[in-house]
Design a binder for this molecule. Structure first.
Ligand code: IVH
Length: 667
């Protein structure tokens, strides 16, 4: 390998880092995504050809490593303290008074910063390279999440300081837009949405598979160099400036304040303005600027005396929590719910509000008797935003999340990195009831005449037990139920009869297979055309469908491999349920064709994929007998061999152009 190659690799890395910084941190890109991708590709190719040049701080190495079994525990060299929170500006004044008293004079300057609503993270750099990332944990011991942290683009893998170890701390967060799209995706897949960006961040940074974390597009703001005084820095604001010079993103909302008056002005300035930010903030942190004064002030066992947090009061309505109950959903997920003193919120009376999940209850530390702020979340379900600590009644006890399912008593489970706590018992009566409700709901088979009340009535009367038993209902027994008559019984039976031939995707959603929402169900229905086809599909075949992937594939296969799932399908079919696969998306000159792309094409693969999909074709990741064409560019991979083995037609780029031209698609 020549010196030239080595130099080129170094140059590429430097250039890529510079563009990453411009793009992710400053949001001022100088080159197009296409040009950036070309630099990345060249670097990756050189590293593949000369593996001796690979280094863990190369920009190509952000996502890597196999999924972990569990996250290792690490003790913090310097404990990660937290700050006392307050909604009251009076507390700020008291804090300042204490600082002046302890120092014997006013501090020589303060810094006010926006308080980012995320999860704190500590980063250890050695010789300029990121070595380890650890969550706060309990402040003394945290969890090592280095591989996950490396996927965060606003976090440099290398800093231009090699004079000794450096520990940087800051906040990981999920930008609001990323959060919104992640939750849309989750709801579309029938998953529980995250409560808020902070909750999503906590889940995402602790995942065991860094590739999944990479997809969560987390971000990071640095706010502290733990050993700043050793680096010759004298003030916090110099540390913030140094962090920015090193390539970290530093939260733009910070300002020097000479005295308390100026911090109040800062608070007011951001009270409304923070709504326009691309990330969530929950308040302001005020810090004594000089490290010498910080050291003089020290810390209590829990909080540093040199900093204080002021929280903006949430925008919501205040009411009192009468009780906290836990509901069991159709996937077995336990959702804590606050039972409230009824209150008017945005035009309706609210008596219950979701507390989302165990993490959120723990973070809010909400207790029966607490005064809380509630608001309508997005559309319908109201949520508890925050607890007012000043109004907590004496003797209020912390809420303990149940360790057993409240409906059936089975011990609950929690998957690593997931926020949801579940009842694993498939025959849990609460789960069965919710599954039946989901089956007939508008999202599912949409059976008119069956709402929550009537489903409960049928269950209580012992007339139904599972979805298939709906088609065993007889007119006389229905008509005899309180509130029913011959007419309503006949109507329901007619509805049920018609529902037998509803679209296949509706039945798939109704079955409540994890991760299969409307989008996935439509893709499955298009690709496999029948319930039997889907039930017989192998995980690889499903995973190869663009837009599905291995998580959905595993869940579908698991559902149909399970005797209970198979039995349900059999019982449905036995009763004449015969869903129709609607003609595939149908439109476009490439409708019905599927393509696998391999090797280097003259245009980026994503671009070619978008072109094919735009014309109604499907682009899948791996070759199967169903693949219509494998498009092979330069240096094709193993997909080409597989295509040959399966006798799938292989075309080159020229062949693809011809095919497109024949069908009137412009390349
Ligand atoms: S300074 C000794 N600055 O808020 C703790 N913290 O309630 C010094 N946070 O654990 C922390 N933005 O996770 C600091 N600009 C900021 C912050 C910030 C968010 C978080 C951090 C900390 C918690 C304290």
């Amino acid at each position: 390998m020549s010196e030239e190659v080595r130099a080129r690799v170094e140059w590429l890395r430097k250039e890529i880092r510079r563009h990453e910084y411009l793009y992710y941190v400053l949001a001022r890109p100088e080159i197009s995504d296409f040009e950036f991708d070309a630099l990345m590709r060249e670097l990756a190719e050189l590293e593949a050809r000369f593996p001796e040049l690979l280094s863990p701080d190369s920009p190509t190495q952000r996502v890597g490593g196999a999924p972990l079994e569990e996250l290792p525990q690490v003790r913090h060299a310097v404990p990660m303290l937290s700050l006392d929170n307050s909604y009251d500006e009076k507390d700020l004044t008291e804090w300042y008074g204490r600082v002046v008293r302890l120092l014997g004079r006013p501090p020589r300057g303060l810094v006010a910063e926006l308080k980012i609503d995320g999860v704190s993270l500590s980063l250890a750099y050695a010789d300029g390279a990121l070595e380890r990332a650890v969550t706060r944990g309990n402040g003394e011991v945290g969890e090592e999440v280095t591989a996950n942290a490396r996927t965060i683009r606003t976090l440099p893998l290398r800093i231009p300081f090699t004079g000794g170890p450096v520990e940087v701390r800051g906040e990981v967060f999920m930008p609001r837009q990323v959060f919104a799209s992640l939750n849309r995706e989750r709801v579309g897949e029938g998953e529980e949405p995250f409560a808020n960006p902070r909750n999503a961040t906590a889940g995402s940074i602790r995942l065991l598979d860094p590739r999944e974390t990479a997809r969560r597009r987390l971000s990071f703001f640095a706010y502290q160099i733990v050993n700043a005084p050793e680096l010759g820095l004298q003030r916090h604001r110099e540390a913030l400036e140094r962090l920015a010079e090193w390539g970290f993103a530093v939260n733009p909302g910070w300002s020097r304040c000479r005295d308390l008056g100026e911090t109040h002005a800062f608070l007011e300035q951001w009270r409304e303005r923070r709504a326009q930010l691309t990330f969530d903030t929950d308040g302001v942190v005020v810090k004594v600027d000089h490290f010498a004064e910080q050291q003089e002030l020290g810390a209590t066992s829990k909080f540093p005396r040199w900093a204080v947090a002021y929280k903006y009061a949430p925008e919501g309505v205040r009411t009192v929590v009468r009780d906290i109950t836990v509901q069991v959903g159709r996937t077995g997920v336990l959702t804590p719910v606050a039972v409230l003193e009824p209150v008017r919120v945005a035009g309706s009376t609210v008596a219950r509000a979701t507390l989302h999940n165990a993490d959120e209850v723990a973070r809010l530390d909400v207790r029966v008797g607490d005064t809380v702020w509630v608001a309508k979340a997005g559309e319908v379900i109201p949520k508890v935003l925050a607890v007012d600590p000043a109004r907590r009644p004496a003797g209020a006890v912390p809420f303990h999340f149940p360790e057993q399912c409240p409906a059936c008593g089975t011990p609950v489970t929690r998957e690593a990195g997931e926020v949801a706590v579940r009842c694993p018992n498939r025959s849990c009566p609460a789960v069965r009831r919710q599954r039946l409700l989901h089956f007939v709901s508008r999202a599912g088979l949409d059976i008119e005449g069956l709402g929550k009340r009537s489903v409960e009535q049928l269950l209580d009367a012992g007339l139904v037990s599972d979805p298939a038993s709906l088609w065993d209902l007889r007119a006389e027994e229905l008509a005899a139920l309180p509130g029913w008559g011959e007419r309503s019984a006949a109507n329901l039976l007619a509805e049920l009869a018609a529902a037998k031939s509803k679209p296949l995707w509706r039945l798939l959603v109704a079955l409540g297979i994890r991760h299969v929402g409307e989008r996935a169900a439509k893709l499955l229905s298009e690709c496999f055309s029948s319930l039997e086809g889907i039930a017989a599909a192998r995980a690889e075949e499903i995973a190869a469908i663009s837009g599905l992937g291995s998580v959905i594939a595993a869940s579908v296969v698991e559902f149909f491999a399970d005797p209970e799932g198979r039995e349900l399908v059999r019982r449905l079919r036995e009763r004449g349920v015969d869903p129709r696969a609607e003609a595939s998306g149908g439109a476009g000159p490439l409708a019905g064709l599927s393509f696998v792309l391999t090797g280097t094409l003259s245009r980026p693969r994503e671009e070619v994929a978008a072109l094919l999909e735009g014309a109604g074709g499907r682009v899948v990741d791996s070759v199967s007998r169903r693949t219509s064409f494998v498009v092979a560019g330069a240096q094709p991979g193993s997909k080409l061999e597989k295509a040959r083995a399966l006798s799938v037609p292989v075309i080159d780029e020229e062949g693809l152009r011809r095919l497109l031209a024949e069908r009137g698609v412009t390349w």
